[in-house]
Design a protein. Structure first.
Lengths: 150, 163
């Protein structure tokens, strides 16, 4: 269970860091790497799994999606999940303790693992929620653009 | 409260925050009125529930980004959130509102929290929490003012044109 202070820190991080990074993340993927906004089915799946408290389940889901044999039309989804996995791994292995300073000192290895998983579940949920909201705007922008071109 | 030397008691700080936010809200009232007029034009009377939903989210949110995400989702979902306001603003209602809250009110938060006013830095957990609180209060004031103007504006539409 996260402490009230940790929860406050997560909320501050969500507002000050994760929101901006999620916006940049999805824009870079959609505009620079020739991807498209995520389709509704992917958004729904990702949001559902991000709402669970078990971070390991989210990790497994992202890995599974990354390894899937996507057809050519949906190959960009592989890029999306690859980049998302990289970003979350960096957050878990480096930023959580060093940059975010969220970890409690002097925990046993088991306690530490539990705390990392709880924090990552919260942070990943925040990040994905911001990403999905921005994705919705990009999706609408792209649909309206297509309609205008027709 | 050692990190906030200007205030010896929690109540003093709380009162100072409320006073500073109220002063700032007086200053941005004309903008809220413009946003309320834009809301009335875009959402009209029939989509009043959209603003009720926004008000609820705004009053309950712990994070400012929950409010921005909500506005983005509604803007993506409903075309009336994407209506511009001819002769007033070329921007879509939802994006105009989000941009105002996200950028302009963030500057007002920084102004209020500066050393010559509340002197709330951004280093400690407590200071960051206070800055978030100031920001949320500013957003709440703006949304309240905008909603009142929306109600006023849609109430002026004659009964027979309300459909």
């Amino acid at each position: 269970m996260l402490s009230p202070t940790q929860l406050q820190q997560v909320w501050s991080l969500s507002d000050e860091v994760l929101y901006g990074e999620a916006v940049v993340f999805i824009h870079q993927l959609v505009k620079r790497e020739d991807c498209q906004p995520l389709p509704t089915s992917q958004v729904r799946g990702l949001l559902n799994i991000a709402r669970t408290t078990q971070y390991t389940e989210l990790e497994r889901y992202i890995e599974h999606q990354r390894k899937r044999d996507w057809n050519v039309k949906n190959r960009y989804l592989k890029t999306f999940y690859t980049e998302l996995e990289k970003l979350l791994n960096t957050m878990k292995n480096k930023r959580l303790g060093q940059e975010f300073q969220l970890l409690t000192d002097e925990l046993t290895r088991i306690e530490m693992r539990r705390e990392v998983n709880e924090l990552m579940a919260q942070l990943a949920h925040e990040f994905i929620q911001h990403l999905v909201a921005e994705n919705a705007l990009l999706m609408t922008e792209s649909m309206v653009g297509q309609r205008v071109r027709r | 409260m050692n990190d906030l030397p200007h205030f010896s008691e929690k109540n003093n700080l709380e009162l100072s925050i409320i006073r500073q936010v109220s002063d700032e809200a007086e200053a941005f009232y004309p903008i809220s009125v413009e946003l309320g007029d834009h809301a009335a034009y875009a959402l009209q009377r029939s989509h009043r529930s959209q603003l009720t939903g926004l008000e609820n989210i705004t009053e309950c949110a712990f994070k400012t980004t929950d409010i921005f995400d909500y506005i983005k989702r509604q803007t993506a979902r409903f075309d009336y959130w994407r209506k511009s306001f001819p002769s007033h603003s070329d921007e879509a209602f939802g994006l105009r509102l989000k941009n105002y809250l996200e950028y302009d009110l963030a500057k007002k938060r920084d102004k209020i929290c500066a050393s010559d006013r509340l002197n709330i830095g951004g280093e400690s957990v407590r200071e960051r929490q206070l800055r978030r609180r100031v920001y949320l209060l500013l957003i709440r004031q703006c949304i309240r003012q905008m909603t009142v103007q929306y109600e006023f504006r849609v109430s002026l539409v004659p009964e027979e044109r309300r459909g």
